[in-house]
Design a protein around this ligand. Structure first.
Ligand SMILES: Cc1cc2nc3c(=O)[nH]c(=O)nc-3n(C[C@H](O)[C@H](O)[C@H](O)COP(=O)(O)O)c2cc1C
Length: 199
């Protein structure tokens, strides 16, 4: 029997992929939003809800989360492709991505998107360097739901996202993914252990 090849291993690992979610953050009055598919539940204790997520260092949000120690994760509905395109295909370094997206300040002051399935506000309690990204462990400190007027809808899973991504956006998505993979290939071995101190 032959050894599985990297492409096969990658496809198998995709079974572990989280839903496609929106992450918001803020530093010095500047709010931002991005999209990830690398968040997981990180606690089995109902009274101590936690999650973990991997944020690439080259993303603008990385600095905001690292320096503020706060973020909000939003489960999205399956009809929120437009929001994914707005937040996940360009950087907040050059655009005010939240300008046209209805939002309000949360209890920790991070922007909370009005439209989503549900949101979790988090404080970072630990972090791990992976070379190309940081894995943030967050305590969930507040939970809420999307606008009461809109149905909460089904959660946007990674499988649903890939299957229904509008064809016009696929080349752009694949270009971004390849650039991120190239960056991760070059930097993933350069790990610096870090000690997290509460911000
Ligand atoms: C479906 C999807 C999944 C993504 N998953 C991640 C992820 O897990 N981690 C990450 O750092 N970026 C991920 N990205 C890329 C960021 O959302 C993207 O680079 C974004 O432009 C970053 O914005 P910022 O520079 O304003 O922070 C994903 C994008 C999409 C569309």
């Amino acid at each position: 029997m032959s050894e599985p090849r990297p492409a096969e291993i990658y496809q198998l690992l995709r079974n572990l992929t989280s839903p496609v979610v929106a992450i918001t953050s803020q530093r010095g009055g500047k709010g931002n939003g991005m999209i990830i598919d690398s968040a997981i539940r990180a606690s089995i204790v109902p009274e101590l809800p936690r999650l973990a997520m991997f944020i690439h260092k080259f993303n603008f949000s990385h600095g905001l989360i690292f320096e503020s120690g706060r973020f909000a994760l939003h489960l999205l509905r399956t009809d929120q492709y437009e929001l994914i395109h707005q937040l996940g295909f360009r950087s907040g370094r050059t655009t005010e991505k939240l300008a046209g997206v209805p939002h309000r300040p949360g209890t920790t002051d991070v922007p909370i998107l009005d439209e989503c399935h549900a949101h979790f506000e988090c404080r970072v309690v630990n972090a791990m360097d992976t070379g190309s990204s940081t894995c943030f462990l967050g305590d969930v400190v507040a939970v809420g739901f999307g606008a009461a007027t809109a149905p909460r809808g089904d959660v946007m899973t990674a499988a649903y996202f890939r299957e229904h991504l509008p064809a016009a956006w696929r080349p752009e998505y694949e270009r971004h993914l390849k650039a991120a993979q190239d960056h991760a290939r070059a930097t993933s071995h350069d790990i610096t252990p870090l000690t997290w101190t509460r911000r």
